[in-house]
Design a protein around this ligand. Structure first.
Ligand SMILES: [Zn+2]
Length: 364
């Protein structure tokens, strides 16, 4: 039986009876128990005609209206479907039509675009902005959403639902039951991550690391791309996987040791990728400051990936001794600029954030 509707609050379909009525009722009851039903289901895109582009959870770990709030506000049709915004492949790549910046409806041809924006060639997007995009944040969001959408391929099949907590992607009472049981243990809290203090590119990078979506050598080889080696380009000691880059590589071990020391955290062992990504959930840091530490954790994951890319692709070898200070500076910038109630001091943050935070933050 096909069920039409959505788990997001502003779903256009709100019947007073039937399966969706009961599912939505169940959603509220589970939320009271700390289980977010919306985060457990994800849309599987077929033809994209029954999935809300901005409001459904179908790409990147959370609805696009959450990941890209500025662009969502500027879409002239915020209730559009995925099929209306999916990129199409350009037939001829010889002509690059310019973007009509004077038009209210901006048909962005990838290959050209707002200044500083270099999207992948060969794709045409059907954006319909209510005005021209021009601020740095808007262009940044456009760049990130374009990167996410560039792998989207529509098919003839109808859109369907996937249950994200089971390897089979199929919802069964048994799989739901085991998930609810697992939530009784503190280590399993917060299955999805999206830190509002961070720019979308950092959140997306973490989501990619969690879901094996980064172009690591192992992932590229699995897609049939021929490489001269699938071993880590930094240490050559193992196959280059996400777990190796972010947990086991010598560079990662050194950086995490420095991060834990910086935050005065002891007796924490990072055994696998899950431990690293969810470090802020179980590190001994007072609840209201753990989201700041999560900024540091996600920034570190991003910095390790950036260091790996610069080591592999850049002519100039990046300096390992600068990674930690880069992480400190970037995380300070994001926490202090995006969390309005904070009043952080750079020197304190740099030297001893754990002791500085309680006195420097005017949090309720
Ligand atoms: Zn390595």
């Amino acid at each position: 039986m096909a069920l039409y509707g959505g788990l997001h609050d502003n779903s256009s379909l709100k019947p007073n009876s039937g399966p969706w009525y009961h599912i939505m009722k169940l959603k509220e009851e589970l939320l009271n128990s700390g289980i977010n039903l919306s985060s457990l289901f994800k849309r599987k895109i077929g033809n994209g005609q029954k999935t809300s582009f901005w409001n459904d959870n179908w790409l990147g770990g959370s609805p696009l209206c959450v990941s890209f709030p500025r662009l969502h506000r500027l879409d002239s049709n915020p209730d559009c479907f995925v099929s209306e915004r999916a990129p199409t492949v350009r037939q001829s790549t010889s002509v690059l039509a310019p973007v009509d910046l004077s038009s209210g409806t901006q048909n962005l041809l990838l290959g050209s675009g707002p200044s500083g924006f270099l999207p992948p060639p060969g794709l045409i997007f059907k954006w319909a902005w209510s005005r021209v995009l021009y601020t740095t944040h808007e262009i940044e969001e456009l760049r990130d959403i374009t990167s996410l959408l560039s792998h989207l391929n529509l098919s003839q099949e109808e859109d369907s639902w996937e249950f994200t907590m089971d390897a089979s992607r199929k919802f069964t009472v048994k799989s739901m039951n085991s998930h609810i049981t697992s939530l009784s243990y503190p280590s399993s809290l917060q299955p999805t991550r999206w830190n509002k203090a961070l720019p979308s590119k950092i959140n997306i990078n973490t989501w990619r690391a969690m879901n094996s979506r980064l172009p690591t050598r192992r992932n590229l080889a699995a897609r049939g791309i021929e490489l001269h080696s699938i071993r880590c380009p930094l240490c050559d000691e193992d196959i280059e996987t996400e777990e190796h880059i972010f947990v086991r590589c010598k560079i990662a071990l050194d950086i995490w040791r420095d991060i834990l020391k910086w935050w005065n955290i002891t007796n924490v062992h990072l055994n696998n990728l899950y431990d690293v990504i969810h470090l802020a959930d179980y590190a001994p840091i007072a609840g209201k400051f753990s989201s700041f530490f999560d900024v540091v954790v996600q920034t570190t994951i991003w910095a390790l990936w950036k260091f790996r890319n610069e080591s592999t692709f850049s002519m100039k070898r990046p300096r390992k001794d600068l990674i930690l200070s880069d992480i400190k500076l970037l995380s300070f910038t994001w926490v202090s600029s995006r969390c309005k109630k904070t009043c952080l001091n750079w020197i304190e943050w740099f030297n001893d954030p754990c002791n500085a935070l309680p006195t420097l933050c005017n949090l309720p």
